[in-house]
Design a protein around this ligand. Structure first.
Ligand code: G6P
Length: 605
């Protein structure tokens, strides 16, 4: 979390840094700040609150200079105040730094440094500015290299000094940093959208890298040796990273789901012949796997949960799913020939990364499913499958979830085919269904006004319960998570069959119960659960097939979903639940793109 950006070039650094910060605001938004070197003097402004508050504070100032850094914070050490906002400076006021991550040994360093240096914040970050000051006589580059040796933890650090206004020094360990290379200008940032408007050429720094960035030259060192890093061409467009007329990124991104689904699958299958292919994956390895473990956090974990049902049903392979922050401390016993799948939108979630490190040596083969090209996880596993959802700016994951599912459905089919668990007719049929999903999602989206009306009816309720059975259970979890995240309403997802083992105690006339109730093999059982709640005066909101005409008698509100084969239902059912959460959040006046306390890319443990 936290967004950091540095700029060096010929243009006004402030403009480019503020632009970049707005694009990074999804990473944290409790305070923000900038440092610019203007005429060899370091100027710094910081403000608690949003980037708009910072802009308000500096709007009448004349700030020139072509070198600077900026930061948007998600507080870890110290409250979101002006004093704790980044950038931090040393005592001379010449060195300025921004940081993402946590310096774990900051306390003992601070105790030592306090004897000589005056601290002005409660942050872990400030120690690094003072550390550099102790070595600055050796020049900024050496001072950073020496200071890095003293700190422990995770960091992305970007540093400037008014005595050396021709360079930025950047260092990465565990937290992402990407360099954007323009014409006589260079950006260094936590994420690509911050410079996408100016360049699509990027270098992703690796752990241990220290970069010395001048406007026409970049040198990267690792372990004191100069190293070469690949320059990648980013395919995302600037337009994708803007709201494009929508009131919120979240709504725009939900509306983009048909396209995201299609783009993710593009070129990966041919339904005429039942062929499926993934670049960068060793198909022969997949043929011989005997177990599957999937690791993820948050929404990505719910995608993993859907996949568990699919993999076990379609391929017959034992599939276990794990939450990153839990499995990383366990000693999991992997079965024979285990395929590890890691799912992460950002590719930077620290718990997921560490969990993988914990077991990677025992993996027979490993595949990352990530959205951000070049991100840490995209480079750590044997193979990678990118979800081509485009940049997702809204903090709550929406279109990336559907893209993750697209990959997982295809992967399940691919493995089933390799294992001879499915005949060619059924493969072709499944691929045909996947092909028509985008148009079915569009039908649901075109009905969004109805979901908005349901939101208007219930947005004042304090608790929601979501239920699903079998493959729709993870969708109940995800629906509840979405509501929690962006409306601050307490919501829980349950397997519908578990209702009578606890949640039913909460049922009264005030709690909406959202049922995913397709007319499938388990329909009767779900209807029984609905009846049990109705008998206790509970409110029922049901998602069911368009052809179902008995639900009207049972539910207070119904969201109709186009008819679809049972196993594919999650691909449609999640859409109205995302919309319901969105409209409830908006009705409550919440900034749904930046809900309180959350961050999109969670790089702290
Ligand atoms: C955060 C985000 C969620 C996301 C989770 C996992 O909590 O707010 O939307 O699902 O991290 O992120 P990842 O990038 O690994 O999918």
């Amino acid at each position: 979390m936290c967004g950091i950006i540095g700029y060096i070039g010929n243009d006004n650094a402030l403009d480019k840094i503020l632009y970049g910060l707005k694009r990074l605001e999804y990473r944290g938004y409790d305070s923000a700040g900038i440092s610019i070197i203007d005429d060899k003097k370091l100027i710094r402004y910081r403000s608690r609150g949003r980037i708009e508050d910072l802009i308000e504070k500096i709007k009448d100032k004349k700030i020139n200079g072509t070198l600077g850094i900026g930061h948007t914070r998600w507080a870890t050490h110290g409250k979101p105040t002006d004093e704790n906002a980044h950038p931090h400076i040393d005592c001379s006021g010449k060195i300025s730094i921004v940081h993402n991550g946590i310096i774990e040994n900051y306390f003992e360093l601070k105790e030592k440094l306090k004897k000589k240096h005056k601290f002005s914040s409660e942050t872990d970050t400030e120690v690094f500015a003072h550390l550099i000051e102790d070595f600055i006589k050796e020049g900024l580059e050496n001072a950073v290299k020496k200071s890095i040796l003293k700190i422990k933890g995770m960091y992305a650090l970007v540093i400037i000094s008014s005595d050396e206004p021709d360079k930025i020094v950047a260092a990465r360990q565990g937290s992402p940093l990407v360099i954007g290379i323009g014409e006589s200008e260079v950006f260094v940032s936590s994420d690509i959208p911050s410079f996408l408007k100016y360049t699509k050429k990027a270098i992703f720094l690796e752990d241990g890298d220290i970069a010395i960035i001048k406007k026409d030259k970049i040198r990267i060192f690792n372990n004191n040796k100069e190293v070469k890093r690949q320059i990648r061409n980013i395919k995302w467009t600037e337009k994708q990273a803007q709201k494009g007329g929508f009131p919120h990124f979240m709504l725009k991104e939900i509306m983009e789901e048909p396209q995201a689904f299609e783009d993710t699958l593009m070129g990966k299958f041919d339904e005429r012949y039942g062929n499926i292919k993934f670049e960068n994956i060793d198909i022969m390895k997949l043929k011989s796997i005997e177990n599957i473990r999937i690791i993820a956090c948050g929404t990505s974990y719910h995608a993993a949960y859907v996949a568990k049902y699919l993999f076990e049903k379609w391929t017959g392979i034992n599939t276990q799913i794990e939450i990153g922050s839990e499995i990383r401390y366990a000693n999991p016993v992997l079965g024979e020939k285990t395929l590890i799948i890691i799912i992460s939108q950002s590719g930077e979630t620290i718990d997921t990364i560490e969990a993988f490190k914990n077991i990677k040596n025992n993996a027979y083969y490993s595949i990352a499913i990530v959205n951000v090209v070049g991100s840490t996880l995209s480079r750590m596993l044997h193979g990678v499958i990118y979800t081509h959802a485009g940049p997702e700016i809204g903090v709550a994951a929406t279109k990336t979830f559907i893209s993750q599912l697209a990959v997982l459905y295809l992967l399940a089919l691919c493995i089933a085919k390799l294992k001879n668990k499915i005949n060619i007719k059924d493969i072709k049929n499944s691929l045909r269904i996947l092909r028509k999903i985008p148009s079915l999602i569009k039908q649901i989206l075109s009905n969004r006004r109805q979901i908005e009306k349901i939101a208007e009816k219930y947005y004042n309720h304090k608790d929601f319960l979501y239920y699903g059975r079998n493959i729709n259970y993870p969708i109940a979890l995800e629906g509840a998570l979405k509501l929690k995240e962006i409306s601050y309403i307490h919501a829980e997802g349950y397997p519908a069959g578990e209702m009578k083992h606890g949640p039913i105690a909460l049922v009264d006339e005030k709690v909406p119960n959202v049922f995913i109730a397709p007319q499938n093999s388990l329909y009767e059982k779900v209807i029984n659960n609905i009846e049990e709640i109705k008998a206790r005066n509970g409110i029922i909101i049901a998602l069911t097939n368009r052809s179902n005409n008995e639900m009207e008698k049972k539910a207070n509100d119904i969201i109709y979903i186009p008819d679809i084969e049972e196993d594919f239902y999650p691909l449609l059912a999640i859409i109205p639940l995302q919309l319901l959460a969105y409209y409830i959040g908006v009705k409550k006046g919440i900034d749904v793109d930046k809900p309180r306390n959350l961050a999109k890319s969670v790089t702290v443990e």
